[in-house]
Design a protein. Structure first.
Lengths: 117, 111
């Protein structure tokens, strides 16, 4: 199946720092990528849909000024957590593909664990 | 909005035993995905079901989607320690491939 990578896999930062997470589709082009967050022992919650060349679409309750998404190319989407605070600590996962985008399923990255001190 | 409920929430089975995980949707499913997640890692795609009554198998894992397309089950035969992890069902919401995920089932397999 298709491969999606994320970088970094783990980041620890001080409160107030901005953190950038990269999501890459390695062997296919993804006009659309998705960003999820997952709290311990909970399911994945969709945060936003990242669209190549246009603005991201955010789910209800997700602050677009806090979670900045840029989809600069067909293989790269970035999520920047602006001025991170301890409550932003979570596991962030991206995915790419899906019905209508050339694959039957979404392929997920390995995730990025963010810890804000 | 569409909600998915999984049962059981957690499961401990002895190696070699069979088990079933259920996923129930509040709305008709356009597509139902099963993923497996190890703690702190990404999701591994297992299977996708689209048609009512559809059944798919991969190695010792079988997934079914009921005729009304509102419930799916995942069945593991002769479980092994390698089957341990969190199983998540995901529903295609019908809008631009966005997925809604179930609450997850944590599986432990004991020796």
């Amino acid at each position: 199946g298709a491969v999606v990578s994320q970088h970094p896999s783990r980041v620890i930062c001080k409160s107030g720092t901005s953190v950038k997470i990269e999501c890459r589709s390695l062997d296919f082009q993804a006009t659309t990528m998705f960003w999820y967050r997952q709290f311990p022992k909970q399911s994945l919650m969709l945060m936003a849909t990242s669209n190549e060349g246009s603005k991201a679409t955010y789910e209800q309750g997700v602050e677009k000024d806090k979670f900045l998404i840029n989809h600069a190319s067909l293989t790269l989407s970035t999520l920047t957590v602006a001025s991170a605070h301890p409550e932003d600590s979570s596991f962030y996962i991206c995915s790419a593909g899906g019905r209508g985008f050339g694959t039957d399923t979404q392929y997920f990255g390995p995730g990025t664990r963010l810890t804000v001190l | 909005s569409q909600e998915l409920e999984q049962s059981p929430q957690s499961l401990i089975v002895q190696e070699g035993k069979n088990l079933t995980i259920n996923c129930t949707s509040s709305k008709t499913l356009y597509g139902l995905y099963w993923y497996k997640q190890k703690y702190g890692e990404g999701l591994i795609f297992l299977m996708m079901l689209q048609k009512g009554g559809e059944e798919k198998s991969h190695e010792k894992i079988t997934a079914k989607l009921d005729e009304k397309k509102q419930q799916s089950s995942l069945h593991i035969t002769a479980s092994q320690p390698s089957h341990a992890g969190i199983y998540l069902c995901g529903a295609d919401t019908g809008t631009a491939s966005k997925l809604t995920f179930g609450t997850g089932t944590r599986l432990q397999v004991t020796l």
